[in-house]
Design a protein around this ligand. Structure first.
Ligand code: C2O
Ligand code: CU
Length: 463
């Protein structure tokens, strides 16, 4: 016999079970919505027409998501693009099911459909989110934004600025985005590089500051392929975090700071220029200097500079131990223009370089192009992985690991900063190591997005 109480209980469970997914698909979002859709923005100077972009909530960059360490990000993604899409939360040590990689952690979200992202952000730091389906096109069209996880106790600064650096490839007459996202030249050379460099969507970003003001600059390189070489003028500063993770000691910004695609740097800077002068975040290219961001100085915040900054509080689980008993693997990066790749495996068959060119595929990891059924490395949770990477190509590559951070094992057997993206120049061999403490299937790929599209993509499995 079923009591009334049991019956009601079952009824409620059945209704919840049936209606929850239906409601989500019918467009009643569980969480605040994040909508990817086409929009128009004034990217080029005002004498040019507006540029048609794709943006989250129609904005470029997308809305800044900001939370405190340990809090949840809960967003119902809605796809109003003409293509399937997904969102990747770059740098977050995330629950694998929320990592946003079509074909590996979820299905691509079809136009008109949605996906509920719900995860904890365990680490404070500067992260970002971006589209991860047909990324070369979707990121180049503007689908990215900042994801800022604040320390429970704010560092001693006067203010902070999030600065997202990007370059756009625009038609010089119409200011519209160059629609050739599969260019053979871009794929086989340095990737899709823009002709129009911006910060937060503005080519002339200028901020008002005062002398002796202390700022935290959160720099994010969202470009498809451009390596930003930066320096400070009229400001003096320290790097306090890389790829979101605090450095043990603040590191004075020397002559240049190099930021590869996908990488972030948190700087604490003091404005040293006097009232009436302009300080700059300088972008150096071909030995020429450009103002990436101008800081117009007026008045002064304090009579003197402060003492050097203290380090940011460390995040949990930043140690890389167990190197002696690590599972070791190698990654041989090959291909590209001026490379030495004679043939490689594509879709299970050996192809000559000529055939690969016809297939618009140019890069191989360990002789194979693109994703494979078996992972590059498979380990159990908690094991340490040591990966020796050789860049046997003529181009730099920015290797990004999903779901976990790593440290570089330096020549003197020391360990470098805890990062998620490693910029490697041609001819280099470098070793990274990390504790595989996050179960799931994790992508490892070049963040020069045209390179990822034309072969530079593999994955790791943690069980
Ligand atoms: Cu920021 Cu797999 O990407
Ligand atoms: Cu690359």
């Amino acid at each position: 016999m079923t009591t009334r109480r049991e019956f009601l209980g079952q009824g409620a469970a059945a209704i919840a079970g049936l209606t929850a997914p239906t409601l989500a698909r019918a467009g009643t979002p569980r969480f605040a919505e994040l909508k990817a859709r086409p929009a128009r923005v004034q990217l080029a100077p005002p004498t040019y027409p507006q540029t048609e972009i794709w943006g989250y909530d129609g904005a470029m960059p997308g809305p800044e998501l900001r939370l405190t360490q340990g809090a949840r990000v809960q967003r119902s993604f809605l796809n109003e693009l003409p293509q399937a899409s997904s969102i990747h939360w770059h740098g977050i040590r995330i629950d694998n099911a929320m990592d946003g990689v079509p074909g590996l952690t979820q299905a691509a979200v079809a136009p008109g459909q949605g996906f509920d992202y719900d995860f904890v952000a365990p680490d404070a730091g500067t992260y970002w989110y971006h589209a991860h389906n047909r990324s070369t096109e979707q990121v180049a069209r503007g689908l990215y934004g900042a994801l800022i996880v604040e320390e429970p106790e704010a560092p001693d600064i006067d203010r902070e600025e999030v600065l997202i650096l990007d370059d756009w490839l625009l038609d010089p007459e119409t200011a519209q985005i160059d629609p050739d996202f599969t260019s053979r030249h871009d794929r086989s050379h340095a990737g899709r590089r823009g002709n129009f460099v911006v910060t937060n969507g503005r080519f002339d970003l200028s901020l008002d500051v005062a002398q002796n003001e202390r700022l935290r600059l959160r720099l994010i390189n969202a470009a498809n392929a451009r390596i930003f070489v930066l320096s400070l003028a009229g400001m003096d500063g320290w790097t306090v975090a890389l790829d979101g993770m605090p450095l043990r000691d603040p590191d004075p910004v020397g002559e240049v700071l190099i930021l590869g695609p996908g990488q972030r740097a948190d700087l604490i800077v003091d404005v040293t220029a006097a009232s009436g002068e302009t300080a700059h975040l300088v972008h150096i290219e071909n030995q020429e200097s450009f103002s990436q961001v101008a800081f117009a100085v007026s008045g002064s915040k304090a009579a003197a500079r402060r003492a050097p900054p203290r380090p940011l509080p460390p995040n949990p689980r930043m140690d890389v131990s167990g190197l002696e008993s690590a599972v070791t693997a190698r990654l041989h990066m090959q291909g590209g223009a001026m490379g030495r790749l004679d043939s490689a495996i594509l879709d299970g068959e050996r192809k000559s370089f000529r055939q690969l060119v016809d297939a618009n595929q140019f890069w191989a990891f360990n002789g194979t192009i693109g994703m494979t059924d078996t992972p590059l490395v498979s380990v159990s949770e908690g094991e340490t992985i040591k990966l020796e990477i050789t860049n046997d190509t003529s181009f730099p590559h920015a290797m990004h690991l999903h779901g976990m951070h790593f440290r570089e094992v330096t020549r003197d057997a020391g360990l470098g900063p805890f990062r998620d993206t490693l910029l490697m120049f041609g001819g280099e061999t470098r070793t990274i190591a990390f504790v595989a403490d996050n179960p799931g299937k994790w992508l490892f790929h070049c963040h020069m997005l045209s390179h990822a599209d034309s072969g530079m993509m593999t994955w790791l499995k943690v069980t």
